[in-house]
Ligand binder design. Structure first.
Ligand code: SF4
Length: 703
């Protein structure tokens, strides 16, 4: 049959937080191909291999097609949706009746649309009386959220992607956009200012290879290094005193604190020469438009929140915020991590309100037209606390939606044992073959990106639209429809009678956002989001009226007026003591293991990307570990040799990749392989509760 499309439509990509626009080529209502959208302000006609292969991974044989229930002998039986939803309701209600409402919890995702997140959070918290629920965004963005909230008064990434092209000095800390955000790196390459590119990273990553300055620091010496750069900026007279006095609190405490981090002292601990520290500080200080960007190297750390705030401090004291090419900018990970931050109703109340605040509860109750008494007065346990709740026997039932903790959670064997301790585990996913699905008592088959509608919010706060261009396989349903059905079977369908389709929920979200820093009451609807290349928040009704009710500007950044979200309108400069690493290398485990993204072609736990033959060809199908040549000589291994890697949590066999991009005494493994997290440590930032994935001591031996 001919696959020549009879029409095209657009949708945003469903992998990463870049939020590229794709043009879908449609024949008889079904997408048969795609190309990058040339007229979308994010990607300007580009897409990475994952985006190009987005349709292919929908066609895999292991798509979940029907609900399945585990028998006593461990095998799975296919059942009807009616049986599955009755079982879901009966088992979770029975657990709540016996052990209390808080004995059932949920774990969600940054991969489903905002409207589905909103539905899940509202259904679980207000309809099913579940208090504890968290998202896999705890593993990627929680640190940035905690840092922004404390520093700015709201979780408000201030930038727009145009800043990559407007800066004359870009600083990347713990970020490898060449691999992690390749289209954003393309935006850097379009920068016509001949910019300084400063990379702070213990690995010589692809991004570091393109840098004008690479500070290849010792692992987790980043906070001391950033304090030292701050000290040099102050000593060098690079502080924007006018901005600091008008728009920040805490400068004198900052000055006093960082004075202890002179370049010579920090050079000894970080492995960066005092001369380079001073030179980099001067480059930042002399820049007209300096932007600082961070991702998981900062966020996935035991002191990530304070490190992120040290980055924010540098932007604030040099006045690099609110202007083109500036900002302290956390690049989000998943396609809708920001939707989860605003709408998942887990640790924050619906729309980034506070469960503890009575006015916020009343506002949300009114927006949702529900009784305020249904809203809990405190937020949820975080992800790690839910896992510990299972260990303590306090959590007996768990509902996991579109995430794969049996692969992705730290100290993996322990995590799998905890999943097996549950009385009842429900996994709702587009595939029934994930590592987590192997532990499920009930699997609910879900439609995927391309098979449903809604909005994603990308890293620059842009609401983008996804569309249904494929029919889901078998009896799989959109998560939205699954939540509607569960509301009915649970007996709370009346509470959600207005939640009929995604755009109806978007209207409810708009009502709940009114008057907040993420106000979206000015968006006229999905049609405007689609037509205008997405809409960045905030876009309030007043914004719309002030601009004459025309479409919002294509690019907007926050804090251009110097007004932050704390009650006095000022940002806070926050400093803290350096804390020792939770697990330092020693004689038994002499190597520091770093983990991270390994390739542009794979995504997270490879649940989707491993289903594409093209993407598989772009990356080795076997796990490997990067080792420095000197360490390889000491261990006695050559490139490609099998090695055993052992930590206090587990022991795995992988191939050796000998490379000078990693320093001696360190090793690197991509997170995409199922065995990596058998080694990682369960330790968490105390402010964000984000896992510290990049800080595990291991021993490497020839196998
Ligand atoms: Fe999709 Fe991200 Fe690739 Fe863009 S960069 S095509 S959003 S995965």
């Amino acid at each position: 049959a001919s696959l020549v499309a009879d029409t095209t439509t657009t949708a945003v990509c469903g992998y990463c937080s870049t939020g590229c626009g794709l043009r879908l080529h449609v024949l008889d209502g079904e997408a048969v191909g795609l190309t990058p959208e040339t007229n979308y302000p994010v990607n300007l006609g580009m897409a990475c291999p994952k985006g190009w292969e987005a349709l292919r991974v929908l066609e895999s044989d292991d798509r979940a097609r029907v609900p399945k229930v585990r028998r006593a002998d461990g095998q799975m039986d296919s059942v009807s949706w009616d049986d599955a939803l009755n079982l879901f309701t009966d088992r979770f209600k029975a657990i709540q009746a016996e052990h209390g409402n808080d004995s059932v919890a949920f774990l969600s995702t940054g991969q489903i649309p905002s409207e589905e997140m909103a539905f899940l959070g509202a259904l679980a918290k207000f309809g099913m009386n579940i208090k504890h629920g968290d998202g896999n965004t705890r593993q990627c963005m929680a640190t940035a959220v905690a840092a922004y909230k404390e520093s700015f008064g709201f979780d408000a990434p201030p930038f727009t992607y145009d800043d990559f092209e407007q800066s004359d000095c870009l600083v990347f800390i713990g970020a490898n956009p060449c691999i992690g955000h390749p289209i954003l790196w393309e935006r850097v390459l379009r920068n016509k200012n001949n910019p300084e590119i400063i990379v702070i990273d213990p690995r010589r990553t692809e991004t570091a290879m393109s840098a004008t300055e690479h500070l290849q620091l010792s692992p987790k010496s980043d906070l001391a290094l950033l304090y030292s750069i701050t000290h040099c900026l102050i000593e060098g007279g690079f502080v924007d005193q006018t901005f600091v006095e008008a728009h920040t609190d805490g400068f004198e405490a900052l000055r006093s604190h960082v004075s202890r981090f002179d370049a010579e002292t920090v050079a000894a601990s970080s492995g960066i020469s005092a001369e380079q520290i001073r030179r980099v500080a001067a480059k930042i200080g002399k820049g007209d438009a300096v932007s600082l960007w961070w991702t998981m190297g900062v966020n996935q750390s035991y002191e990530g929140t304070r490190t992120a705030q040290a980055i924010i401090n540098i932007a604030l004291i040099t006045g690099n915020i609110g202007r083109p090419g500036t900002g302290a900018n956390s690049i989000t990970g998943q396609c809708n991590a920001m939707g989860s931050r605003l709408w998942s109703n887990t640790t924050n109340l619906f729309g980034h309100h506070k469960f503890e605040n009575a006015d916020d509860r009343s506002k949300v109750a009114e927006a949702l037209q529900i009784s305020v008494d249904t809203i809990p007065t405190e937020g949820s346990w975080s992800y790690d606390q839910i896992m510990e709740g299972i260990r303590a026997g306090e959590i007996k039932g768990l509902w996991i939606i579109a995430t794969n903790p049996a692969h992705s959670w730290s100290n993996q064997e322990d995590a799998r044992e905890l999943l097996d301790q549950l009385d009842f585990l429900v996994v709702q996913d587009m595939y029934d073959s994930t590592e987590t699905a192997h532990h499920a008592d009930l699997i609910l088959p879900a439609a995927a990106w391309g098979e449903k509608e809604g909005t994603f919010i990308n890293s620059e706060r842009r609401y983008g639209l996804l569309k249904k261009v494929r029919k889901a396989p078998g009896e799989a349903l959109a998560d939205f429809q699954i939540f509607r059905a569960i509301a009915h079977y649970w007996g709370v369908g009346e509470m959600f009678k207005q939640w009929t389709h995604p755009e109806a929920v978007f209207r409810i979200m708009q009502r709940a956002s009114a008057g907040s820093p993420c106000d979206i009451t000015g968006i006229t609807g999905y049609e405007q989001i689609d037509r205008s290349g997405g809409v960045q928040w905030p876009w309030s009704a007043a914004d719309a009226e002030n601009c004459g009710d025309v479409d919002p500007p294509v690019q907007r950044r926050l804090f251009s007026d110097g007004e932050f979200c704390h009650p006095n309108g000022k940002a806070r400069l926050i400093v803290d003591e350096i804390t020792p690493p939770p697990e330092a290398p020693d004689a038994e485990y002499p190597t520091m293991l770093l983990t991270g993204r390994g390739t542009v072609s794979q995504w997270h736990t490879q649940t989707r990307t491993s289903k594409s033959p093209v993407l598989r060809k772009l990356y080795p199908n076997h796990s490997y570990i990067e080792i420095h040549p000197d360490d390889a000589t000491t261990i006695g291994v050559a490139n490609g040799d099998r090695v055993r890697v052992t930590s206090r949590r587990g022991s795995i066999l992988v191939d050796a990749m000998i490379t000078p991009t990693i320093r001696t005494g360190q090793a690197f493994m991509p997170m995409h392989y199922a065995t990596t997290n058998q080694l990682t440590l369960s330790h968490f930032d105390p402010h964000s509760r984000q896992p510290s994935y990049k800080n595990s001591a291991v021993r490497i031996e020839k196998a």
